[in-house]
Design a protein around this ligand. Structure first.
Ligand SMILES: Cc1ncc(COP(=O)(O)O)c(C=O)c1O
Length: 374
């Protein structure tokens, strides 16, 4: 089956390991298990002892109850049986499309966003319509344009909130307005929420699953909880027919998720406030550094993110973003992502949530590179 190459993942695979200054990373500075236990004040010995005695069966097929309970703490209305555990958010997004989308279905997806959200449905034979998110609109969906794309019979609308790569954040009112458009044709709304809770301002960040009966929220341990190595994510949804389909398809591609992954994730979620405090402090301090840097660089401009871990920075230089980022990498060791991976020419994506020392050194390297272009 044909599928478009996954541009951002291919770029990361090719260059990430050799990067001197990795400012392309989208997770909040990942933690070791030791750091996790120290940060959360949990009893690491008790955790390991309990785990050493567990037989390595398939575990709870539909997901460890403590983990699903922990996920529910991130929502207002989701119950444990409404959480489907998956292999990361990548697995969750894929699983929604695999379970829901048939050839000829109409799917409307915002752009720019994570490529899974349009290339997978397209590979399943869906007719995918792209809704452009424009800088002059704060990278938020234009409702009139959305209404014109959501024709009768549309199966699914795909959002990513907070947005990767722009850092735009849809508020409750806008999410509800999108849900109304979806409800007018009976469509589902898949909202990839892997950066949820990483806001620049305090306050609850709404989930589509809490706002709309056919809303589907995708989340994961990777970005918000700095535990990508667990490869654990979830789908949260109220719609019973959808959940039935998700579980039926899941027998074919998951059976269950890893027992260890779910136990460690359950521990992390039981102490989520400590992790969220750490990670919000990181994204806020680091974005302030990025913001000051962009303001001081005459060849750069951007829309300051409101949430998430990424920003899309536009440059003035006579080269496309592939050449810009490849030369930057080879000439300085600074690693960012070409905007063309997201259909955004003459820009690059910065992942600003790594440790602040790496961020500042990486940005200084970009400044040095920009000087060579003068
Ligand atoms: C918007 C978005 N969704 C999903 C993923 C995949 O995340 P996970 O590590 O949970 O599979 C990413 C990773 O970059 C992402 O940015």
């Amino acid at each position: 089956m044909h599928i478009q190459p996954f541009a951002v993942e291919e770029w990361m695979n090719a260059y990430e390991d050799g990067a001197r200054w990795n400012i392309a990373e989208t997770c909040v500075d990942s933690v070791s298990l030791r750091e996790l236990f120290e940060l959360c004040g949990g009893d690491a010995d008790a955790f390991w002892r309990a785990f050493l005695d567990r037989r390595m069966t398939y575990g709870a097929i539909e997901g460890d109850p403590a983990f699903r309970e922990g996920v529910c703490g991130l929502y207002k209305t989701i119950a444990p049986h409404e959480v489907v555990t998956t292999h990361g958010a990548a697995g969750a997004n894929h699983h929604v499309f695999y379970s829901l989308v048939e050839p000829g279905d109409r799917v409307v997806t915002v752009l720019p966003t994570y490529q899974q959200l349009y290339s997978i449905p397209e590979s399943y034979g869906a007719e995918v319509a792209l809704l452009p998110l424009r800088p002059e609109n704060g990278y938020l969906p234009d409702l009139a344009e959305l209404r014109s794309l959501v024709t009768p019979g549309t199966k699914l609308i795909c959002l990513n909130n907070p947005n990767n790569p722009t850092g735009a954040l849809m508020d409750t009112e806008l999410l509800k307005a999108v849900a109304d458009v979806a409800a007018s044709v009976g469509a589902y709304v898949l909202c990839d929420e892997v950066y949820r809770h990483l806001t620049q301002e305090d306050g609850w960040c709404e989930s589509m699953a809490d706002l709309y009966e056919k809303g589907i929220s995708v989340g994961s341990m990777s970005k918000v909880f700095s535990l990508a190595g667990l490869r654990l994510g979830w789908i949260a949804a109220h719609d019973q027919a959808l959940r039935k389909s998700l579980l039926s398809h899941r027998d074919y591609n998951h059976i269950s998720c890893g027992m260890f992954d779910e136990a460690a994730a359950a521990f992390a979620l039981a102490h989520r406030e400590a992790l969220l405090r750490r990670n919000r402090a990181i994204v806020r301090e680091n974005l302030a550094a990025l913001d000051a840097w962009v303001a001081a660089e005459p060849r750069l401009r951007y829309q300051k993110p409101r949430a998430g871990t990424t920003a899309l920075v536009y440059y003035e230089a006579d080269m496309d973003s592939w050449e810009f980022c490849t030369r930057l990498y080879h000439e300085t060791g600074a690693f960012v992502t070409p905007g063309d991976c997201f259909g955004q020419p003459k820009s690059f994506r910065v992942g600003y949530a790594n440790d602040v020392g790496t961020l500042k050194a990486g940005l200084a390297a970009v400044s040095g590179f920009l000087k060579t272009l003068e």
